[in-house]
Design a protein around this ligand. Sequence first.
Ligand code: AMO
Length: 470
Amino acid sequence: MKRLLAVKTIEKIGESVKLAGWVHQRRNHGQIIFIDLRDKSGLMQLVFTPQNKALYRTADSLRPEWVIKVEGKVNQRPKGMENPKLPTGQIEIEVANLEVLNQAKTPPFEITQASADGKEVNEELRLKYRYLDLRRQKMIDNLVWRHKVVKIIRDFMDRENFTEIETPILTKSTPEGARDFLVPSRIHPGQFYALPQAPQQLKQLLMVAGLERYFQIARCFRDEDLRGDRQPEFTQLDIEMSFVKQKNILNLVEKLFIKIVKELVELDRSLSKKLTFKPFLKLDYQEAIKKYGTDKPDLRKNKKDPDELAFVWILNWPLFEWNSDEKRYDSCHHIFTAPQEKDLPLLDKEPLKVHSWQHDLVLNGHEIGGGSIRIHQREIQEKIFKLVGLTEEETEEKFGHLLRAFEYGAPPHGGIALGLDRLLMILFNEKSIRQVIAFPKSGDGRDLTMEAPSSVNPEQLKELGIKISS
Ligand code: AMO
């Protein structure tokens, strides 16, 4: 007999089935023992009566989180015993065979429905025992639904003629405004790779190469202070297109998000997500600041309604902001963002008045995406490098490869990156992106499950030519 998932037994009333999973809870009701068996799909009530003595004794010995396998008949529950809160609440299994596959120590925290969101458990403990924390139904669901959203994205991008291309993780610093994580090279002592803060320059080089429509579910690394919606390691849906105007990028993303919401609601009818603005609202940066005092306004009609999705585009950004500490211009998005053509004459005289082709996407007050039309001419790119304070030597050392590529027929291009973790956090009504990532870092940047970062052995350091000074 093939093993079934708990939810699948609903279709098997009167038949014999085989299930496997964990002991979620045990209740003794007089003579009868009820065990809630938990698997990936949910809970199933098992019933043991004293008639079969050996079976009853084994059932009585079961403890939470033991792993068991059972065979038995699916019965309708007696009148008044149904649990309308569970998908399997109308049925139970009259067990004929029970096998203990493994025992378990008492977990450091309870994995019961009552603590389904885990909020009452210390977060460090949850992360240390993440494999137990992930046993909560809500956490399993978050990971399963994350997979479904990524599949919707991949299918959509494929239909729109995009090619998914992997770019290197061991690469050179590509600045997105945070510190780099560095990886020392053994073969080239004293030299370092940087983990990508985003695949920005590589996707632009793919446009020069003629790929035209690129995307990637890309892992990004930024050494910055953590918050509820920030992780040092996170995932972007990264997109780049050639021969496009800004409106083509906005339309594509809008179509994708409408598709994601529609398919999610179709797949899970208990979900009722509503778009506040369709088409998405478009605001000029200045207008957003003036009206709402922020470039990330939360424009839900009813902020208490978790089902509302208020997507807002923020457009017409200034190209630069003045950095008074460092006495230089900083790019509002990144240094590869194109100035609007009408403002090009202002670039030399009044750079702060130049508008750019930046587009940010805000959802319920969170920045979930950012991108731009890019510079594709060497002269303009060089001018921007100079305005942000790079010398000619620094420009050559850091970005020589990109400037050279622009001399070999770079097409006009642009794109966007969408923060997948942030999007999922909002879609799944979570307060932190840690809830949608299988193994996230703690507030102080540690992987508590694997205990990283950790010391390495002196031999490894010697091979790398590295001495720890403190
Ligand atoms: P940007 O830096 O705006 O743009 O990043 C794009 C989106 O990624 C998400 N994000 C993060 N999510 C979780 N943790 C973080 N630490 C974190 N940092 C950013 C946000 C953000 O909107 N290369 C450009 C994109 C482009 O120009 O095409 C880029 O990375 O949702």
